[in-house]
Design a protein around this ligand. Structure first.
Ligand code: UT7
Length: 329
């Protein structure tokens, strides 16, 4: 049995932070940001009382409504995030409580920007094995809670947002999640993209706050190089394993970290721009949110037909990366 996506939904906050807004806060400019990253604006959830669970519960409510299910019908909720409301309880448990999914069990999964792909592949096993008839998979991050708005090398990149899907048994084995290749490299990845403070190694203290350790730090150049190679290699691997080519692929759905990385991946696949989903200009990098937001927008715009071949690829902190082949049901 294969697992297929039967509903998609997204939620982004209304508040927009443009490149011009950032010009007022940092030594940067709209032209640099657009040409080096492809980003024009991002969404920021300004209400301090709202966190990742709010973004994800808005998605969860829409998913239930779109699928015509009751909240009590949901069997499992997996939330991919690296900005949980709290270290514990999990954000997935908070979402389960907020929507009243009283029969679901729920857990978080953290694979940073690859979180949604890792969660989707995990969820697929529960469907394929017959253990569950549905799984809700949501990727979401309130990145503004960990961004240092005095650091121009990272502040410009990230935005807040969430999206998700419902996975159910596919109508036939020809549809749904047909292949996935997921990777991690903690040896080479651990020092280049991280938030050092707040965990068990560096619990919050005056010192961690003074050293600004509760914010993201990134060695942009190093991560850029690793991301280009890993995303392009994995996309090529997924194509080769599944007999896909530039003609029969309908959409590349890539993690939205930098338009130049997206472009390099598409080029390696031989894909023309019109087959590449990109909304980084409007949302920036929403971490675990990027790929499901792309899926939800393609679905909203009715650009996914039965039989459409989708290649999803991601790269993020860890390092973590991967690719997935989905034939749309
Ligand atoms: O989602 C997780 C994975 N993350 C990624 O995939 C992100 C990967 N990295 C990147 O996307 C890029 O490396 C960045 C967008 C972060 C940076 O772009 P870059 O082309 O690698 O720039 P750079 O860091 O090499 O900086 C080039 C110049 C530097 O000035 P000098 O040394 O050449 O004088 C920077 O100081 O641009 C300067 N710079 C800026 N200038 C204006 C860096 N940030 C900014 C800025 N505004 N915001």
């Amino acid at each position: 049995m294969k697992a297929a996506i039967t509903a998609t939904a997204k939620y982004v906050p209304d508040e927009i932070m443009t490149n011009h807004d950032l010009e007022l806060m940092l030594e940067t400019n709209d032209e640099w940001i657009r040409t080096r990253t492809g980003i024009s604006e991002r969404r920021i959830m300004k209400d301090p009382g709202k966190a990742t669970s709010f973004l994800c519960s808005e998605v969860a409510r829409q998913l239930i409504e779109k699928r015509g299910m009751g909240a009590e019908d949901v069997e499992l909720i997996i939330v991919a995030t690296m900005t949980p409301d709290m270290l514990f309880p999990s954000t997935a448990c908070l979402v389960q409580g907020m929507i009243g999914a009283t029969n679901a069990w729920a857990f978080d999964l953290n694979a940073a920007c690859s979180g949604f792909l890792f969660a989707l592949n995990t969820a697929a096993r529960f469907i394929e094995s017959g253990a569950h008839r549905n799984v809700m998979v949501i990727g979401g991050d309130k990145m503004s809670s960990v961004v240092d708005y005095t650091d121009r090398s990272t502040a410009i990149l990230f935005g807040d947002g969430a999206a998700g899907v419902i996975l159910e048994p596919a109508e036939s084995d020809d549809y749904g999640i047909l292949d996935a290749r997921l990777y991690s490299d903690g040896k080479n990845g651990k020092d280049h993209l991280l938030m050092a403070g707040g965990g068990s190694l560096n619990p919050a203290s005056h010192e961690t706050i003074e050293k600004r350790m509760h914010f993201i730090r990134q060695n942009g150049k190093q991560v850029f190089k690793a991301a280009v190679t890993a995303m392009a290699d994995t996309a090529a691997e997924i194509m080769e394993r599944n007999g896909l080519d530039a003609e029969n692929i309908s959409w590349l759905v890539p993690h939205q970290a930098n338009q130049r990385i997206i472009h390099a991946t598409a080029e390696r696949m031989g894909l023309s721009e019109e087959k590449v989903m990109s909304n980084i200009a409007r949302y920036g990098n929403t971490t675990a949110g990027t790929i499901p937001i792309c899926l939800a927008e393609l679905d909203e715009q009715q650009k996914l037909q039965t039989g459409s071949n989708l290649v999803l690829v991601s790269f993020g902190a860890g390092y973590t990366w991967g690719g997935m082949y989905i034939k749309w049901q």
